[in-house]
Write a protein that binds this ligand. Structure first.
Ligand SMILES: [Zn+2]
Length: 385
């Protein structure tokens, strides 16, 4: 087999100026690795950084949303369909419901948007290896994108990684390192990322920060796509582990608002399998451990990030806890409408029912559910009979 030709070096967006704290706005130089904002950490708050662009006056007239690379790396991710679901909307008593079908991305999940941006950053900084801690869709996506870009990929997984993912990672030529828990996985990635040429794409900090800031920017176009494909939603419902996707969607809408393309932000709702962010919003400590067991494989984990807290509080949304049984019932309902969903994405429909019942979603409203991936690789599928 001939080696994959190395793609052209990506072109950084001329308006990209550095990394900026999500909480205190301190500005830092662009870098391949970061440990969050040192100023906030000194105050006991672990906060990630985001891509920072030049001032509003300097960016006036630029396309929205701004992305870190004007010429990046792509395998055709994005521009996923927005599927109107009039039958389900009627059943839930709302005017409009649509599903943003991220399963239609090249490797079958929203993670491809992050992988494309992560590969661009790796190529830009001359890195040779993508590193990540994942036992699921992020691993598969990054391994495929790395392979296509001529980069190596090392993945820290759980010991009990589902066989379908093991086979897919091996086929993509990724190296697997197996660990019993998150602390082990993140420790491995943290140590490895100190070596030259290695780029950590996903979270490796405890307390958790979130994934690489430039890579998360890859989620921002979802906001523009929703607007163009179906108009401005009132609510966006997002399956959430550490909140990369929720924050990216929030940041996309925030840029549209700042540029005058919309007049308000949709309310973002983070869906979780057991109380984590929900408990923080009720007064729990941001950096506490919130363990729980779930079959919602893609949104498991015990940590809460400042990133996700900001996405829901700044947009006027919140967190909704959906049990596995509720998610399974919602998945059966989606299947009747010819929608295949991984369990945590089906949970979004159950969350919408909860939000209707508590009056947070009004009958005249327009809601978008993020369908992060279909059921085909989900270890909880098919349902036990
Ligand atoms: Zn800060």
């Amino acid at each position: 087999m001939s080696p994959t030709p190395r793609p052209a070096r990506p072109v950084r967006h001329p308006l990209l100026r550095g990394l900026q704290c999500l909480r205190c706005d301190a500005l830092y130089p662009l870098a391949l690795a970061h440990e969050g904002c040192p100023a906030c950490r000194a105050q006991g708050v672990h906060v990630s950084l985001r891509a920072s662009y030049r001032t509003a006056a300097e960016t006036a007239g630029a396309p929205v949303p701004l992305l870190p690379y004007s010429e990046g790396f792509t395998l055709g991710e994005g521009r996923t369909p927005l599927r109107p679901m009039p039958g389900l909307a009627q059943r839930l008593g709302i005017a409009r419901l649509a599903i943003k079908d991220e399963s239609r991305n090249p490797t079958g999940s929203h993670k491809d948007r992050m992988s494309a941006m992560g590969v661009a950053q790796a190529l830009d900084f001359g890195a040779h290896t993508l590193l990540l801690a994942s036992s699921g869709n992020a691993a598969l996506s990054a391994a495929h994108y790395a392979q296509m870009a001529g980069l190596a990929c090392e993945v820290a997984t759980y010991d009990d990684m589902p066989a379908a993912y093991v086979r897919a990672l091996d086929a993509a030529g990724a190296r697997r390192f197996s660990f019993a828990d998150n602390a082990g996985r993140w420790g491995f990635v943290r140590e490895r990322a100190r070596e030259p040429g290695f780029f950590a794409l996903t979270n490796h900090s405890l307390p958790a920060l979130g994934s690489a800031p430039l890579a998360i920017e890859g989620y921002k176009p979802i906001a523009l796509e929703c607007l163009e494909q179906g108009g401005l939603p009132d609510h966006v419902i997002v399956p959430t582990a550490r909140g990369d996707l929720a924050w990216g969607v929030y940041a996309g809408f925030r840029e549209l608002l700042a540029a005058g393309h919309i007049t308000r932000l949709p309310r973002l709702w983070a869906i979780e399998p057991f109380g984590r962010l929900a408990r923080v919003l009720e007064g729990g400590a941001l950096h506490a451990d919130y363990p729980g067991l779930t079959d919602q494989f893609s949104t498991a984990g015990a940590t809460v990030t400042f990133l996700q807290w900001q996405a829901v509080t700044a947009s006027g949304g919140g967190a909704v806890v959906v049990s596995d049984d509720e998610a399974r019932a919602a998945r059966r309902l989606l299947a009747q409408s010819d929608v295949s969903a991984e369990l945590c994405a089906a949970a979004g429909l159950a969350a919408l029912r909860q939000l209707r019942e508590r009056g947070a979603v009004a009958p005249e409203s327009h809601t978008v559910l993020m369908l992060t991936a279909d059921a085909s690789r989900d270890p909880s599928w098919p349902d036990p009979v």
